[in-house]
Unconditional design. Sequence first.
Length: 278
Amino acid sequence: MMIKTGLACVVWLLAAGSVVAANLTLSREPIQGGLVQGRTAPGAVVTLDGGKVAVAKSGLFVLGFGRDAWPTASLVVRLPGGNIDRRQLAVKQRNYKIQRIDGLPGRKVSPTKQDMKRINAERKQLRAARRVMSADPRFTGGFMWPVTGRVSGIYGSQRILNGEKRRPHFGVDIAAPTGTPIVAASDGRALLVHQDMFFTGKTVMIDHGLGIGTIYIHMDAIEVKKGALVRRGQVIGRIGMTGRATGPHLHWGLTWRGVSLDPALMVGPMPKVAKNKK
């Protein structure tokens, strides 16, 4: 099932505002939490701060900058002919809000030792899934909002849960009625499908290639199987409140090589919720 509801979609285009140099094009200025698409000569070797970056046969690659990325990053492109292009990238810094959430079950904020064994095992599953991501770029058709609704939580905010400081929020929360369809944000393959994780409940992770992954959690129902290819706009599940949640919503996360990024930077403004005419 595919949904075409006018959900905002942004296709990465190397156009006005791009950063351009000989044999190197970047789609946007780097920013904390941001994902940047680049293009260079086929066969080039790309590194970011010394770490090797996957490059498609076409010369396409992506760079991710975490929540607390340093103000500068070192990009090196080694071309097939032997020339080297070195760039110091300025990474725009962001200020993050504080979000307080009360009313959570105590164990979901301060898990028991037995809970932690389960949580650590589930984290291993997530890390293992991310390690097998494809080098095939499936995301080139762009990203879209996976559901239309009220944004109830934003990326990067410092979480205070039941009065206790916890890790920042690494994703976007979208509130909508239970059962509302959730769609894949871009083309990819379902790498992980889990019916009951401690914190995230019913969980789906999709591989979009070149280290990019999206995750969809707290679902009421899952409508995709592990290993299945999915298309942007295809229904993969339904809004719920499984795992650690105080109401029905989708937590939508974006990662690059395991670094959590801001999915809201990949799409336009949230579309308005259509009202039923009487």
